[in-house]
Design a protein around this ligand. Sequence first.
Ligand code: ASP
Ligand code: MG
Length: 597
Amino acid sequence: MALIVQKFGGSSVADARRIMAAAQRAVDAKRAGNQVVMVISARGDKTDELIDLAKQIGDHPAPREMDMLLATGEQESVALVAMAIQALGEPAISLTGYQIGIQTDSTFTKARIQRIHTERMRRLLADGNIVVAAGFQGIDEDFNITTLGRGGSDTTATALAAVLEAQVCEIYTDVDGIYTTDPRLIKTARKMNRIAYDEMLELTSLGGGKMHSRSIEFAKKYRVPLLVRPAYSSGEGTLIAPYENDDVPMVTGVALVKSEAIVNLRNLPDRPGVLAALFGKMGERKIPIDMVIQDVAEGGIAEVSFTVPQDDLAEALTAAQHAVRQLGAGEVHHGTNVAKVSVVGAGMRTHTGVAAQMFKSLSDAGVNIQMITTSEIKISVLVNRDQKEAALQAVHDGFTLHQERSAPPTIGYRQAHGDVKTHVSRDELERDVVSRLASMEDIVVSEVQLDIEQSRVTVRHVADQPGVAAEVFGAVAEGGVMVDLIVQNISHDTHADLSFTVPRGDLESCLLLLRELIERWPGAELSYEKEIAMISVMGIGLRSHTGVGERMFRALATAGVNVQMVNTSEIRISVVVGPNDAAKANTALLSTFGLKN
Ligand code: ASP
Ligand code: MG
């Protein structure tokens, strides 16, 4: 008998009629011969209302009491859903997080799951019950009620599906599935039938999907297929699971994060330990930092930028000040009027021209790029907030994402030559690490990749205006060069600097192409370093686990490694180091994350 987990979000249980519809889904699945566990969120806007109420009483409610309060939302809805199932003639029983035995740590309002006891659920299922579990909540060691962070019911559902080894975890929502971009902003957005875990992970934290990213981390870790489907229609939804054949799309989606803020640290010393101090201070406050960038230092002075959600800015600035004080040098600046646009697609791993196409689309729409970061399957740019919709539309159109089979990029598009990195072993490694996990949500770093065949190219003092990145990467792509890590830091005058890595064998041709190009740009300078090494830490949920960056940079600092460039994404943190530091950096990281060579 198959076991299915069905999760219903707040809007899908908002009133009695919808509760009956949700109950009917579970009853149908049970009558079709399955065991069914439902995971339910608080009704409608209940959680928001409770938060509002608490704020009316005081500005800083105690987090423990917040969790006590918020957990009531789910307790109400599970009871109602169980009653509805019973009214439809099937046995059902509702359970709170406590009654299921979801044990978490004591980080109130953002607790992490440590253990789940399944005996009681299994017994109830075996007796023919539909189990109706409260999402979003658990208890800590002292029996305090905790919650998992906003949207945490997705995490509960995926975690239950993992421990119960469910055949599928169905996520019922008020949307038809996952779209290529936000359909409220872009009319031509298209629902996808399938998307891979990595792509979804890169999209979620970027605001592209509606799902809680930790729930996708879980699904990936335990190979749980997630089916996001509409609650009120028979739509097939979108399956989040690995691609079955080689039919990997080039670009899957474009995401927008509307209100980002930039923290920019200037005049930092260019020596080991700077990033460790910074990540340490952010980690202490659990501030999820994103788009971390360090470009090649100039004159012994380094500069680091990162983005945080606008709401976390004040706290991030305080933490940054503390880091600067600890280092004894540096200044903290910030900027607020920015938004982030990201393109995600698994096909980028093996094809050139994707970055060039994105930058070209932006430039044609007159959008200036303020900052760039990349991962293997994602390119993110920071743009002026006033241009966010125009930017999103331009990129969506540029990749013809409204079509089922979107067209390949028009600039220099081809399969990369030479050794394309293969990732066959990553699954195995991940499984290996997972099997050693003591607690379910521990940080998972599955792999440290060392690439010593890379060179770094930097184009300095180019005009900070639309079209420059498009020209640079267009020229490189036309030459068939596969660009990997791209970094553009925020500019504080009218000029910008761009750095990126290329396979060493392509360096000469890349330089030729660029020399020709920048001759036309007065003041622009081209520099390069033939022998550099790029080291990446790969894993799941690197952004939601602020501790990974901290451990990574502390390990590098302790080993005396100077980091030249940094670039981060949800599933990868990459650094560029000098050739003499490569081996010791690699060893330090492998041992820090308990991985074998
Ligand atoms: N009720 C909680 C929230 O609104 C959890 C959830 O809906 O997943 O964030
Ligand atoms: Mg909700």
